[in-house]
Design a protein around this ligand. Structure first.
Ligand code: UT7
Length: 330
């Protein structure tokens, strides 16, 4: 840890947790639904299977389980939590926020709670928001949880999107630290000009109506998003590293958003990082939006792929368009 500069109060991730539903949908399952093949899906996306929530489950159910696991590993009691941020684009309901249900079920009686919608970049956006309150000294403990049941937004007749997405949740507990570790820097961005490249057109104040209609399904111009993604991932992590006064050679490990194995591989190549300095879970879970990096972080910690003192980056891009990266000393 000698390379750490002690620059006062920061937010540090002191525990993570994840939860994915039990039901598995394989590529073979999709062969029966649309004109696709296991071979195409593996070769073009890297996905082998993904999880699908049970009919009774809502996004808050997944989030609560992930949050409980994170709290247990961090040894944090519900009443210690000052703020709950729930990153989701598949909220339980329009009103109240999904974060309200999480706060209620966790009995986090001292926390205020709200939802944050930034699609696949939501976990990083949320870490950024939460860490600001910790750095100012206003709060000590923040729960950031990303949760998604994308299977409810899928058009199961559109082979270009239906095979890509999965359901799951990942959580992190942020806590004040003053030992030089913690979240060092963020790069965050958005470009609303790309809003139509990836959307669900039906809403509340626009195009309301029949939720069974196409308005309620994810539409995506995959090729355009792909091109943007590779550029955004590289740019964003490089900017975050620069802000931290670091270089890509300082990075011990990178957790990239899991939208397509080819995007991950292209990003690593551009950054000159070998595959063993990164992690892939898209093969097992598909794209879980903001939950993808949160679950990947939890699994990398569980498997001891990353250790205290390591310099770790997280980077993501998604609908909005949005993107973001953060760099931390674990
Ligand atoms: O989290 C952020 C959101 N999402 C993303 O980041 C996704 C970014 N984009 C991608 O990952 C890729 O663009 C896709 C996986 C969505 C598509 O891969 P692609 O290599 O860009 O394929 P394409 O869209 O150029 O389509 C190539 C062909 C087309 O057939 P024709 O027109 O050449 O005859 C598609 O109809 O592949 C066809 N195709 C499929 N074939 C079998 C598209 N989806 C499938 C499928 N199975 N599931």
């Amino acid at each position: 840890m000698s390379h750490m500069k002690n620059e006062g109060r920061r937010a540090r991730i002191i525990g993570t947790g994840s939860y994915v539903p039990e039901r598995i949908m394989t590529n073979q399952d999709f062969e029966k639904i649309v004109d696709t093949s296991d071979e195409w899906i593996r070769a073009r996306t890297g996905i082998v299977e993904r999880r699908r929530a049970a009919d009774w489950q809502a996004s808050s159910d997944l989030a609560i389980e992930a949050a409980r696991r994170a709290m247990s590993k961090a040894n944090v009691a519900p009443e210690e939590i000052d703020l709950i941020i729930c990153g989701t684009i598949t909220p339980d309901r329009m009103l109240p926020s999904t974060a309200s249900y999480i706060q209620r079920e966790l009995k986090a009686v001292n926390a205020w709670a709200f939802d944050l919608a930034a699609a696949c970049s939501g976990f990083i956006y949320g870490l950024a928001v939460g860490s600001q309150f910790i750095e100012t000294g206003r709060y000590r403990t923040v729960l950031m949880v990303s949760t998604e049941i994308l299977s409810r937004l899928i058009d199961y007749t559109d082979r270009g999107t239906c095979v890509l997405f999965g359901d799951g949740a990942g959580a992190a507990i942020l806590r004040t630290c003053e030992d030089g570790s913690g979240l060092l820097s963020f790069d965050l961005g958005a470009d609303g000009n790309g809003a139509d490249l990836l959307d669900v057109s039906g809403g509340v104040s626009r195009l309301t109506g029949d939720t069974e209609s196409a308005q309620h399904h994810i539409r995506m111009q995959g090729n355009e998003v792909f091109k943007f993604a590779v550029r955004a991932m590289e740019d964003s992590i490089e900017k975050a590293l620069r802000l931290a006064g670091l270089d890509k050679s300082d990075l011990d490990f990178l957790i990239p958003h899991q939208a397509n194995l080819r995007i991950i591989q292209a990003t690593l190549k551009r950054l000159g990082l070998p595959p063993e300095k990164s992690v892939v879970n898209i093969d097992r879970y598909g794209n879980m939006s903001g939950a993808s990096v949160a679950v990947a972080l939890d699994e990398a910690l569980e498997q001891k792929l990353i250790q205290p003192g390591d310099c770790v980056g997280i980077v993501a891009f998604g609908g909005g368009l949005t993107w973001g990266a953060c760099v931390m000393y674990l």
